[in-house]
Write a protein of this length. Structure first.
Length: 134
């Protein structure tokens, strides 16, 4: 493109598997219609690793709040569940590595957030891509 990075873009995936790019007005309507995953293009502000299973063991703070998109998700944090609850711990730590790479380099991320899996209200990130484009 033109070299500009937009602040963010969001899309939702309904249980039927239909994926749509949405404007702000349609966003609230579809969120209320049962969307349970969201593709969030944003930045990483902070990463967290705990010495126990608090917060699922590891998390990332995103540059966008999630409640407006997925009401079940708290704030702008996602968990990778490094304790192995939703994926194996090695894969979870690799997703954390991706978040740390984005944080250290200032690159953008695409995070797939699933509100049907959470840890104390912090939703699970089932995928994270690091990219310089958006």
């Amino acid at each position: 493109g033109n070299g500009r990075i937009p602040d963010w873009r969001l899309s939702l995936k309904r249980r039927s598997g239909v994926q749509s790019a949405l404007g702000a007005a349609a966003l609230l309507y579809v969120t209320g219609a049962g969307a349970d995953t969201a593709n969030v293009e944003t930045s990483v502000i902070k990463t967290l690793v705990s010495g126990d299973t608090a917060y699922g063991g590891c998390m990332a703070q995103l540059g966008r709040r999630l409640e407006g998109l997925l009401p079940a998700c708290r704030g702008n944090w996602v968990t990778f569940r490094c304790d192995g609850t939703y994926t194996d711990p090695v894969r979870a730590y690799r997703m954390l590595d991706q978040a740390q790479l984005a944080l250290a380099t200032g690159m953008r991320v695409l995070v797939v957030v699933d509100d049907s899996k959470d840890h104390n209200g912090y939703c699970f990130a089932s995928r994270i891509d690091v990219t310089s484009e958006f």
